[in-house]
Design a protein around this ligand. Structure first.
Ligand SMILES: [Zn+2]
Length: 415
């Protein structure tokens, strides 16, 4: 077991290193002055063509920005402190020149981010922020020009030697020492947030808001029983990378981790409805589960977090898998509890337990389940997902499932 723990420590320091490498390039170029507090971004637009594409954002005042490129897929990341986005609804879906879409939101407390999707290899040719003048607002201007893959990769490597040199030895998060009779710790993870809205309904209801409301209500319910210590990975509209959610559960010493999402199914738009329960596995239970895991794992890409290189991830996966097996059994026990509860209430999409390679379920020693509450693509589900009475009943069911899980655990404990 000790050898196994050591292995996990190695695997996790790798994982933490990957997190750091994602964060450091931002810190490295972060501006030091705080003159931007309370800046409002009011509008944005694209200009130009494939030879030179210009992104323009209107700001209430001049602000320091940090702009950099990411590959695989191609993106431009714009970080600025404390920008409040008051953009017109529906903005960012326009395609023009090299740009296929853009989005914006909080990336971390006090740090705002714009992510611009680019169709191919590019160079950031110009970045400047214009002072407001006459009746013109301050403007952020970014010019992109096309380049070849080799030049793009070379520029990318030049831009971040610091991150790689510092990203090797991060400590493993250690759960705090707790008395033997302490309450079990439950970590609730509202998916997505900030710059990553998740899926959204035709009416513009976003997954990130639906799941946050649900997580908060469930926390209230669980706390009210007096039996659990409950923590939320996020309690506002802020983005959190997937590995940070996992690390949070480990640091808290969680006895249970529940990640909460809402799905979207464009093809059978009026057919798919109800909740689905997922656990982690290398082999996806079916094609739909595999596709969903790929979609949920894409969260970091949406938000402009750089993903680990494949080789790092393979090693981490193998090591985590070793420790995962006993935890895995408990995850399945918990997942069955939820399925059992929801089946009696008639709110399930399928009674089958499904599994796939969800990154957010990869804490090696925390039983973890992902719950898709319903389908935002289904108008009936959408109505439910946004209704107080449904949320009330559904959080009751999940609370009952959590009670059931821990009651069984405690009954099986040796004296
Ligand atoms: Zn989701």
């Amino acid at each position: 077991m000790r050898a196994l723990r050591a292995l996990i420590a190695v695997a996790l320091s790798g994982v933490m290193a990957l997190m750091l490498s994602a964060v450091l390039p931002l810190l490295a170029g972060a501006p030091s002055h705080a003159q931007s507090k309370g800046t409002i971004a009011k509008d944005a637009r694209l200009a130009g063509d494939r030879e030179r594409t210009r992104f323009i954002a209107d700001l209430s005042r001049k602000v320091d920005v940090h702009v950099f490129a990411l590959g695989n897929p191609y993106r431009v990341i714009v970080d600025a402190p404390d920008v409040n986005f008051q953009m017109p609804p529906g903005i960012g879906k326009e395609r023009r020149g090299l740009v296929t879409a853009y989005r914006y939101g909080l990336f971390a407390p006090g740090k705002s981010r714009i992510v611009i999707d680019v169709s191919g290899p590019f160079l950031i040719d110009k970045v400047f922020v214009l002072e407001p003048r006459d009746d013109q607002p301050a403007r952020l201007v970014i010019d992109l020009v096309p380049t070849d893959e080799q030049t793009f990769l070379t520029k990318l490597r030049e831009a971040k030697p610091l991150a790689e040199s510092q990203a090797t030895h991060a400590p493993l998060p250690q759960p705090p020492e707790r008395p033997a009779d302490a309450k079990p710790i439950v970590v609730l993870d509202a998916g997505h947030g900030g710059v990553d809205p998740g899926t959204s309904s035709a009416n513009g209801v976003t997954e990130k808001e639906v799941v946050l409301q649900f997580a908060k209500r469930l926390k209230e319910k669980l706390t009210a029983t007096g039996r659990y210590e409950v923590h939320l990975t996020r309690d506002d509209d802020t983005f959190l990378p997937l590995q940070e959610r996992v690390a949070f559960a480990q640091k808290k010493g969680a006895g249970l981790f529940l990640s909460i999402h809402a799905d979207y199914f464009p093809i059978t738009i009026d057919k798919a409805r109800g909740a689905t329960v997922y656990t982690l596995s290398e082999q996806a239970s079916d094609e739909e589960a595999r596709a969903l895991a790929a979609k949920e794992n894409f969260s970091d890409v949406i938000a402009g977090v750089e993903l680990p290189s494949d080789s790092d991830e393979v090693v981490a996966n193998i090591l985590i898998d070793l420790a995962q097996r006993e935890t895995q059994n408990r995850s399945v026990v918990f997942a069955r509890s939820i399925v059992g509860e929801l089946a009696t209430k008639g709110t399930l999409h399928t009674k089958r337990l499904r599994s796939a390679g969800f990154r957010v379920l990869k804490a090696p020693d925390v039983p973890s389940v992902l719950l898709e509450l319903g389908f935002l693509s289904n108008p009936d589900d959408e109505k439910q997902l946004t209704s107080d009475s449904w949320r009330d009943r559904m959080t009751d069911s999940v609370t009952a499932a959590i009670d059931d899980y821990f009651a069984k655990r405690i009954a099986r404990m040796p004296y």
